[in-house]
Design a protein around this ligand. Structure first.
Ligand code: GAR
Length: 199
């Protein structure tokens, strides 16, 4: 069920600063946006992104994973309840630093996107920028993909490329890639939602 104006209802899951989340929220303000942001969820109550989203007038909720201990599925079930309550149709992971169980992934099959700071299939997982520099790569970038059970393995929707400069450090490269992420993710989510809206 879409918004009254026909836009796809998206939720954004974050764990930290939320700069990609901010880019997604800002892009959703365009009248022609194919999606609206119904909810921001964080597993980390101290995530800086929560205050940023609230300042933009977006509903936020923190569901701390720590009280759930090792029971990842129970934490995910608590998240799922909130997604269903807001009639969310698409989930965008944006710096959500939790490994997902098959339970949640299967519930959102074909409807959950992630952004990863490398040119997948290169460098899944962590420390992508230092690995790209150590390999002597000439370029790096970011990837928006559908989430499947394998970490950072799902079908690729779109990528953006940036050069790796001779004096780059992992931090300077991360900054350049992050700027590219902010352009890529809203474009990819918008195109994805426009497509599912037309189904
Ligand atoms: C981004 O670079 C995102 O690609 C990365 O975390 C950062 C979050 O920044 N995600 C992953 O590494 C997921 N495996 P943000 O909170 O400012 O958007």
């Amino acid at each position: 069920m879409s918004d009254a104006d026909g836009r796809v209802r998206a939720a954004i899951l974050i764990s930290g600063a939320g700069s990609n989340m901010t880019a997604l929220i800002e892009a959703a303000r365009r009248p022609e946006s194919a999606y609206s942001v119904a909810l921001v969820v964080s597993n980390n109550p101290d995530a800086g992104g929560l205050a940023l989203a609230a300042a933009q007038g977006v509903e936020t909720i923190a569901i701390d994973h720590r009280p759930f201990g090792k029971d990842r599925t129970a934490h995910e079930a608590a998240v799922q309840v909130e997604l269903e309550r807001r009639r969310v149709e698409v989930v965008a992971l944006a710096g959500y630093m939790r490994l997902l169980t098959p339970w949640l992934v299967s519930r959102w099959e074909g409807r959950m996107l992630n952004i990863h700071p490398s040119l997948l299939p290169l460098y899944p997982g962590l420390d992508t920028h230092s690995r790209a520099i150590a390999a002597g790569d000439a370029e790096a970038g970011c990837t928006v993909h559908l989430v499947t059970e394998g970490v950072d393995e799902g079908p690729i929707l779109d990528q953006a490329r940036v050069p790796i400069l001779p004096d780059d450090t992992p931090a300077s490269l991360a900054q350049r890639v992050l700027a590219a992420e902010h352009g890529l993710y809203p474009k990819a989510l918008d195109a994805f939602c426009a497509r599912i809206r037309s189904l």
